[in-house]
Design a protein around this ligand. Structure first.
Ligand SMILES: [Zn+2]
Length: 167
C-alpha cells in the first residue's frame, strides 16, 4: 500500500511540474483523486467478494465433513449390526440321533432349541450349555449318538449338545 501511495504522489508531483495553469492543475488533481477513489472502492469490493466466496467454500466444506461423519457413523452401525447378526447365526452340522442322517442347518444361537431332521422329520432338541456345563456336555456327547458341533461354536467356547431325545 505504501508503495502505491508513493507512486501516486510521484504522478501528482509530475502533473504539478507540467501543468502550469493553477486552474487546470486543480481540476486535473481533483479528477485524479476521483479516479483513485473509484479504483480503491473497486479493489475493496473485489476483496470483499473474495472473502465471501472463501467463507462459502469453507461453510460447504464443514457441511460436507459433517455429512461424511454421519455416513461413517451409519456405516459403523451397519457393520456392527451385520457382525452381530453373523455371530448369532451359525451353520451347524447335525447328525440326527434317530436316523444318523447328517445335514447342515442355519440356526440362531439365541433362539433355536430344536431342529427338524430333513430325513426322518423327527425334532432334535438342542441344549445350549455354557462353559460350566462343558464337562457334562462332553459326557453326553461321548455317550450319545448326537453331536452338533461347529468350528465356530468351538471358537466361541459355546457347546451344543443334545440332551433328551424326543420320542
Ligand atoms: Zn433323522
Amino acid at each position: 500500500m505504501s508503495n502505491l501511495n508513493s507512486e501516486y504522489q510521484k504522478i501528482i508531483s509530475d502533473i504539478e511540474k507540467n501543468i502550469t495553469d493553477p486552474k487546470d492543475l486543480s481540476y486535473i488533481k481533483e479528477k485524479i483523486s476521483e479516479l483513485a477513489t473509484l479504483f480503491m472502492n473497486t479493489v475493496d469490493r473485489v476483496i470483499e467478494y473474495s472473502k465471501e466466496n472463501l467463507n462459502n467454500v469453507s461453510n460447504k466444506q464443514e457441511d460436507l465433513e459433517e455429512r461424511v461423519e454421519s455416513i461413517q457413523k451409519s456405516l459403523d452401525n451397519l457393520e456392527k449390526e451385520m457382525y452381530s447378526e453373523e455371530e448369532e447365526d451359525f451353520e451347524v452340522e447335525v447328525i440326527c440321533p434317530y436316523c444318523n442322517h447328517q445335514f447342515s442347518s442355519n440356526i440362531d444361537l439365541e433362539d433355536t432349541t430344536e431342529i427338524q431332521c430333513p430325513e426322518c422329520k423327527n425334532m432334535i432338541e438342542l441344549d445350549w450349555n455354557d462353559e460350566d456345563d462343558e464337562e457334562q456336555c462332553k459326557r453326553k456327547l461321548s455317550s450319545d449318538v448326537t453331536s452338533v458341533w461347529t468350528k465356530k461354536v468351538k471358537m466361541m467356547k459355546t457347546r451344543i449338545c443334545k440332551s433328551n431325545l424326543i420320542s
